[in-house]
Ligand binder design. Structure first.
Ligand SMILES: NC(=O)c1ccc[n+]([C@@H]2O[C@H](COP(=O)([O-])OP(=O)(O)OC[C@H]3O[C@@H](n4cnc5c(N)ncnc54)[C@H](O)[C@@H]3O)[C@@H](O)[C@H]2O)c1
Ligand SMILES: N[C@H](CO)Cc1c[nH]c[nH+]1
Ligand SMILES: [Zn+2]
Length: 425
């Protein structure tokens, strides 16, 4: 990890999810091919990148039952408890529509309507992500979505990990496909012979998934760009180097393109974290991935004071931010741009990845400047409704017609006035 002093112009930004030209070209080709050739193209790319050849990529009920039957009861209990915490947090996001009475029996309202069909991407290339099943499905269920589809890449044995199927089964989801990468996003967006298209695609994934979601946006809705994971730790001299290093590596191990950054006011901590990261990397089961991530995107910045450090965090707008400082709660309130914030040394980032109840599908690549983590609002839409009585119309039609003529839109003016024609007005 490189140690750098923060300069006067504090502008940290990560440039990644534009992807490189070649990745984008691949993704566009996959999308077009699936659009043109449906299941056949899905099979071709699953074979090419996941090494599996499946005649039927829908998960059968037998596969789900088998996974459930052989599953560790303690782990199942842990998943159930995590699901309860996630539901508790997301239930609070439920919103009601509203109705505003106007004079003379007229009213305006906003109706909340759940989406009809959503496709939830659960990553699965280099690791299994049953936690992402919970994080995607629960807000969709709280919102009241009717059709919830999961898609995730199968392993070389042609099966999805048991934990993914058990998580889906705990939540009562059974429309599951063994497809990953850009081909999964294409199938959800355009539909194939096997997979009916959805209205919105949510969920995290690697660079190919993130690019594909960006490309299909417009054809379907997407939640956000939730690409390779990121962690930023904002720490002062009160932090312990071994804990900070462990937290940085928790995200580095996701992907060679993951990003781990320490921003600190302490030269002592910077030096110790650098050494600790190196020490803890050795022997980590996913050492190769984590090492590449640290080499590619691992950074330590020393800021001259805490205000500059906060400014740097806001300019980076990381997916996850840990605040491990004195007065951490107060400092966390000065953070404007982060996908999720973890306060104090006991709120290590994986607490949120798995269990606390907050969502772990979060905006990456500085998009936390304008995007939010996955939530119930992602699965609803709001419809505006107008009811004008005759009296309200009568009072306001001349004003509306004048406004329409101001815009040169005579047809609009006449439409409003036409209600008076039968009365000879
Ligand atoms: N931001 C978030 O909220 C969040 C949450 C969880 C996970 N993540 C991220 O999800 C990602 C999971 O990545 P993963 O790779 O393990 O699983 P993945 O399911 O995202 O990607 C695997 C798929 O990528 C495709 N692929 C692999 N190599 C390819 C190539 N050369 N060309 C075209 N397609 C190719 C394959 O089709 C494969 O099925 C990580 O980057 C992790 O950081 C992000
Ligand atoms: N840290 C990831 C979000 O970037 C989510 C996750 C799932 N499993 C473990 N971690
Ligand atoms: Zn994680």
């Amino acid at each position: 990890m490189k140690i750098t002093k923060l300069t006067d112009a504090i502008s940290l930004k990560r440039q990644l999810e534009g992807g490189n030209e070649e990745q984008l070209k691949t993704v566009r080709q996959v999308l077009q091919d699936v659009r043109d050739n449906g299941d056949e193209a899905v099979r071709k790319y699953s074979e090419m990148w996941d090494g599996i050849s499946l005649s039927d990529f829908r998960v059968s009920q037998e596969e789900i039952d088998e996974a459930v039957a052989g599953f560790d009861p303690q782990l199942k209990q842990d998943l159930v408890e995590a699901a309860e915490n996630i539901r508790y947090y997301h239930e609070a996001q439920k919103r009601d529509g509203y109705k505003l009475p106007l004079a003379d029996g007229s009213w305006l309202s906003q109706r909340i309507i759940p989406l009809d069909a959503v496709g939830l991407y659960v990553p699965g290339g280099s690791a299994a992500y049953p936690s992402s099943v919970l994080m995607n499905v629960i807000p969709a269920q709280v919102a009241g979505v009717e059709r919830i589809v999961i898609t995730s890449p199968a392993g070389r044995d042609g099966l999805l990990p048991s934990a993914v199927l058990v998580s889906a089964s705990i939540l009562g989801i059974s429309e599951i496909y063994k497809v990953g990468g850009a081909q999964a996003i294409a199938a959800l967006a355009y539909g194939t012979e096997t997979i009916a298209p959805v209205d919105k695609i949510t969920g995290p994934g690697n660079i190919f998934v993130a690019l594909a979601k960006r490309e299909v946006f417009g054809e379907v809705a997407i939640d956000m760009i939730a690409g390779p994971s990121e962690i930023c730790v904002l720490a002062d001299d009160s932090a312990f180097a071994d804990e900070v290093a462990a937290d940085l590596l928790s995200q580095a191990e996701h992907d060679p393109l993951a990003c781990a950054v320490l921003i600190t006011t302490s030269e002592r901590l910077a030096k110790e974290v650098k050494e600790e990261v190196e020490k803890q990397l050795t022997g980590l089961p996913r050492e190769e991935i984590a090492r590449k991530s640290i080499e590619n995107f691992g950074q330590i910045y020393i800021a001259e004071n805490i205000d500059r450090a906060i400014e740097a965090v806001n300019s980076l707008a990381p997916e996850h931010l840990e605040v491990i400082t004195k007065d951490a709660v107060d400092i966390s309130e000065k953070i404007r741009h982060a996908g999720a914030v973890f306060i104090g040394r006991y709120s290590s980032e994986p607490v949120g990845d798995y269990f606390a109840g907050t969502n772990h599908v979060l905006p990456t690549n500085s998009t936390a400047r304008f995007a939010s983590g996955l939530n119930v609002d992602d699965f609803i839409k709001r419809t505006n409704v107008v009811y004008y009585s005759e009296k309200t119309w009568e009072q306001n039609a001349p004003k509306i017609a004048r406004l329409a003529r101001m815009e040169g839109l005579e047809g609009h003016a006449r439409a409003v006035e036409s209600r008076g024609w039968s009365k000879g007005e």
